[in-house]
Design a protein around this ligand. Structure first.
Ligand SMILES: Cc1cc2nc3c(=O)[nH]c(=O)nc-3n(C[C@H](O)[C@H](O)[C@H](O)COP(=O)(O)O)c2cc1C
Length: 203
């Protein structure tokens, strides 16, 4: 069993990415990892949240989830990011979190983190891969090691077969269309496994 420390860092407005983060936690724990599930800080005005029932419900459901900090990133051997697609990009809340890690980056503390990303979008071709690439661009600057799922397990095909990172389509009611639970768990295990190899090779 690994002794990998994994941070699952998410942003979610409608609950999808929170659920994916929890599945990732389960998968990583099955692989023996120590896991922290963390949200990024909300930046939207309270009035916008109040005007949207689903958003309000997610804020309430995640009120006890700790907000991710630089200390969490420093602590983690591996990080899984889960983010909704926003105009084919990551949400500004996650970008702000990444941008706040300049101090860690400047001190070489983001190097060799093993990372992967997951996403959701309303349309089957709504920009999922572009969202993952926006995340991975920053990860390359971090010197992180991207452990994308590729096609490393047949379970990924049933989840839409996105090799960049597990992605799910969300319908008009905010419900997930594909069953991605197993793919998320596989991705989490793979990220933890690769982090374990890196950690052992570095000792
Ligand atoms: C401002 C905004 C931009 C969005 N952009 C896209 C998009 O480019 N493509 C798409 O398919 N869905 C888009 N969506 C839908 C979201 O991706 C979808 O609601 C989200 O993935 C659900 O995840 P969550 O429940 O974790 O918030 C957008 C939603 C918002 C609010």
């Amino acid at each position: 069993m690994s002794n990998v420390k994994l941070a699952v860092v998410f942003y979610s407005m409608g609950g999808t990415n929170y659920q994916m983060a929890k599945w990732a936690e389960e998968g990583a724990k099955e692989a023996g990892a120590e896991v922290k599930v963390l949200k990024v800080e909300e930046l939207a005005p309270q009035s916008s949240i109040e005007a949207n029932e689903a958003w309000k419900a997610t804020v309430d459901a995640t009120k006890d989830v700790p907000v991710a900090t630089s200390a969490d990133i420093e602590w983690a051997d591996a990080i899984i990011f889960s983010i909704p697609t926003r105009f084919g990009n990551m949400p500004s809340q996650m970008k702000q979190f990444l941008d706040m890690q300049g101090g860690l980056w400047a001190n070489g503390k983001t190097v060799n983190k093993v990372v992967s990303g997951m996403t959701s979008a309303q349309n089957p071709h709504g920009g999922q891969e572009a969202t993952m690439l926006s995340l991975y661009t920053s990860m390359m600057h971090w010197g992180a090691i991207i452990a994308s799922p590729g096609y490393t397990d047949p379970v990924l095909f049933g989840a839409g077969g996105n090799p960049y990172g597990t992605s799910v389509t969300v319908d008009q009611d905010g419900k997930m269309v594909e069953d991605v639970e197993s793919a998320v768990k596989h991705q989490a295990k793979r990220t933890v496994t690769v982090a374990d190899w890196v950690k052992k090779g570095n000792q």
